[in-house]
Design a protein around this ligand. Structure first.
Ligand code: SAH
Ligand code: SF4
Length: 340
C-alpha cells in the first residue's frame, strides 16, 4: 500500500477493508507519516498494543520516495535527482525564499508538449509519475533532507495537466488537513495551456491550486511557432478557460513569459500582450530565456528586459522579472532533464 499517494480518507478506507480497523489507527499512522515523517511509526503506543496488525502493516506500508542520486547546489538553490523503482530519474529544485522554502516538483519524466525552447521538451515523454511519486518529492525534501517545504510549484519536468488524475490526487494529498495541510495558495500548478485540463480542474471542486500559464508569446502566430500546443488550443480559448477558473478573492492568474531575443521581446509585443491580458486579473513573470541545446534562442540583454517590463507597467499590467538562478547546474526554468 503506497501511502505517499493516499489522502486520509483513502487510508481510512484501506484500513477498514484490509484489516477491519477504524479511523483511530488510520489517524495515528497518517499523522506519524505526513506530519512527522516518522519511519518508526510502528513503535508508537497504539501500534505496539496490536502486534499482529502492526507486523502486517510494516510489511504492507510502502513509504519509499526513491533514492537520492545527486544533489547539486548553486548559490542557495539545490537540484535533487531521485531514482525511482524502475530506474527513471526525477528532478526537483529547492528554492529558499524570504519566508518559506519553495519546492519545484516534476509531474512527469520528460514531457511531450515539445516547446521549442525547453530542454525537458527535447526529452519527449518517458512516463507519467504516480501520485505517490509526486508527493514523494515533497516528503523526501521535507523529512529526509530535513528542509521544511512551505510552497509547492508544479514547474519541474512535465506538463501537469497531461497527467491529470495523479496530479489532482497529489494536490489532494498535499492539502489534506490530517497531513501536510498545505493551503491552496501554497500550491501552484503551471501549465502550457491545456484548455480541457484547465476546465476539468475548475470543475473538479476543491482544492484548486493557484494557476500559472506559460504564455510566452503575444499572439497566436508567434506562440504556435514556439509551442505546438497552441495549434490545438489557441490563445482565445486559453483566455476563456482562464476567465472561467475560480480565483480566490483578490487572486490572479500567473502568466509566465520567457523572453527570447528577436522573437517575442519587441515593444509591440508588450503592447499586444497587455491587450490580451486586459480582461484577466493577471500577474506576469518575465523569465530570461535560458540556453537550450541545439537552439539559437537566447535572452535579451537586461536593459531590453527592463524596457519590456516598463512598457507593460505603463499599460497597468502587474509584472515582475524572475532572477536567473541555477543555470550552471541546469536547474533553471526549462532546463530539467538535460543530464538524465
Ligand atoms: N509544463 C509546464 C510546467 C513546467 S514549468 C509549463 O510549461 O508551464 C517550466 C517553465 O519553464 C515554463 O514556464 C516554461 O515556459 C519555462 N521554460 C522552458 N524553457 C525555458 C528556457 N529555455 N528558459 C527559460 N524558461 C523556460
Ligand atoms: Fe513541457 Fe512545459 Fe517544457 Fe513545454 S515548457 S516542453 S510544456 S515542460
Amino acid at each position: 500500500m503506497n501511502i505517499l499517494g493516499m489522502t486520509f480518507d483513502d487510508l481510512v478506507g484501506e484500513m477498514a477493508s484490509r484489516y477491519g480497523k477504524g479511523r483511530c489507527h488510520a489517524a495515528m499512522l497518517y499523522r506519524e507519516i505526513f506530519r512527522r515523517g516518522n519511519p518508526d511509526w510502528h513503535r508508537t503506543d497504539l501500534f505496539r498494543a496490536s502486534p499482529d496488525l502492526t507486523r502486517q502493516l510494516v510489511q504492507d506500508v510502502d513509504l519509499w520516495p526513491g533514492r537520492v542520486q545527486q544533489q547539486q547546489t548553486e548559490g542557495d538553490l539545490v537540484k535533487v535527482a531521485v531514482v525511482l523503482r524502475d530506474g527513471q530519474v526525477v528532478e526537483s529544485v529547492i528554492i529558499p525564499m524570504a519566508e518559506r522554502t519553495t519546492l519545484c516538483i516534476s509531474s512527469q519524466v520528460g514531457c511531450r508538449m515539445g516547446c521549442r525552447f525547453c530542454e525537458t521538451g527535447r526529452m519527449g515523454l518517458r512516463r507519467n509519475l504516480t501520485a505517490a511519486e509526486i508527493v514523494g518529492q515533497v516528503y523526501l525534501v521535507n523529512f529526509i533532507l530535513g528542509c521544511p517545504v512551505g510552497n509547492v510549484v508544479f514547474m519541474g519536468m512535465g506538463e501537469p495537466l497531461d497527467n491529470f488524475g495523479p496530479v489532482r490526487h497529489a494536490i489532494r494529498v498535499l492539502t489534506d488537513d490530517h497531513g501536510f495541510n498545505l493551503a491552496r495558495r501554497r500550491i501552484t500548478l503551471s501549465t502550457v495551456g491545456l484548455v480541457d485540463g484547465i476546465h476539468r480542474l475548475a470543475q473538479g471542486g476543491a482544492p484548486l491550486p493557484q494557476l500559472a500559464v506559460s504564455l510566452n508569446a503575444p499572439d497566436d502566430r508567434i506562440r504556435s511557432r514556439l509551442m505546438p500546443v497552441n495549434q490545438v488550443y489557441p490563445m482565445a480559448d486559453l483566455r476563456r478557460a482562464l476567465l472561467a477558473y475560480p480565483q480566490r478573492p483578490k487572486g490572479a492568474v500567473f502568466i509566465e513569459y520567457v523572453l527570447i531575443e528577436g522573437i517575442n521581446d519587441r515593444p509591440e509585443h508588450a503592447d499586444a500582450l497587455a491587450d490580451f491580458l486586459r480582461p484577466l486579473r493577471a500577474k506576469v513573470n518575465l523569465i530570461p530565456c535560458n540556453p537550450c541545446s541545439g537552439r539559437p534562442f537566447r535572452s535579451p540583454a537586461p536593459e531590453a528586459m527592463d524596457r519590456f517590463r516598463d512598457r507593460l507597467l505603463t499599460r497597468k499590467i502587474f509584472v515582475r522579472k524572475r532572477a536567473i538562478k541555477g543555470q550552471r547546474v541546469m536547474a533553471a526554468c526549462g532546463q530539467l532533464g538535460k543530464n538524465i
